[in-house]
Design a protein. Structure first.
Length: 255
């Protein structure tokens, strides 16, 4: 039995992955954004589930979340699932991008730095990462005209590059990135062609399987098949520049 922590796991792909892993007999730690969402998760949970809370758009709450996870004990795997596409409720484009950057890029980096290192790390990317174009010149969108789709694509490029960098830096940890496809979630919409169960299978499999192909670090996966990501993902210079920027933005160094 493995112990797996999944961010953003009270609904959508994260919840589907949690349910799949619990059904297989694994222990799952669910992440809820707020105490009210945590209460809902506790009411709906099956056996083998712990719930931790923290809003990933908040640095303080993300730091607290890492402490909560570490207090439970060592994780065998962490699935960095949480992500957002656009935030119209935030009002201004500056606030919207700050939230996308915080949740999709900074939070996975911070949690990776601060959660006791597991045996496996899985990062939810997207096929849209290829539209990120590798620009790190204005990572926080202070100079460019706002483009939510581009910001999302860049954030998914970031997490794929983080996974590849960690595969290089941490050889004892199996690090992978996953494109789950366009899935019928609240973010993906009901017109999406991929159902939740199909969308969660690859990351759940990577988190716990003993199959040899899944234990080769550094892969970018879709439908349990390794694929070739955008060239920036495996570019060491790009990886190092990105990690340096994330260090500067958060004040937290990668161990």
């Amino acid at each position: 039995m493995a112990r797996v922590f999944i961010t953003g796991s009270t609904d959508g792909l994260g919840l589907a992955a949690a349910q799949s892993l619990v059904a297989q007999g694994h222990e799952v730690v669910i992440h809820a954004r707020s105490k009210s969402r945590a209460a809902e998760a506790r009411l709906a949970r099956d056996g083998g589930v712990n719930v931790v809370t923290g809003d990933l758009s908040s640095l303080a709450e993300t730091l607290s979340l890492a402490d909560q996870v570490n207090s439970i004990g060592p994780m065998d795997a962490v699935i960095h699932n949480a992500g957002i596409y656009t935030t119209p409720e935030r009002g201004s484009t500056a606030e919207g991008h700050a939230t996308i950057l915080a949740v999709n890029t900074l939070a996975p980096y911070i949690l990776t730095c601060l959660i006791d290192r597991p045996q496996r790390l899985v990062y939810l990317s997207s096929g849209l990462h290829r539209g990120g174009e590798g620009s790190l010149a204005d990572i926080d969108w202070k100079r460019r005209s706002w483009d939510a789709a581009k910001a999302y694509a860049e954030s998914k490029l970031h997490v794929a590059a983080i996974a590849a960098a960690l595969a290089r830096k941490w050889p004892a940890t199996i690090c992978s990135a996953v494109d789950p496809g366009w899935v019928r979630t609240r973010m993906g919409g009901q017109a999406a062609p991929v159902d939740l169960d199909t969308g969660q299978r690859t990351q759940s499999w990577l988190a716990v399987t003993e199959e040899a192909e899944a234990k080769v670090s550094g892969g970018y996966w879709h439908n349990r098949t390794r694929q070739t990501p955008a060239h920036e993902v495996t570019d060491v210079e790009f990886q190092e520049k990105l990690l340096g920027m994330l260090h500067d933005l958060t004040g937290i160094a990668l161990p």
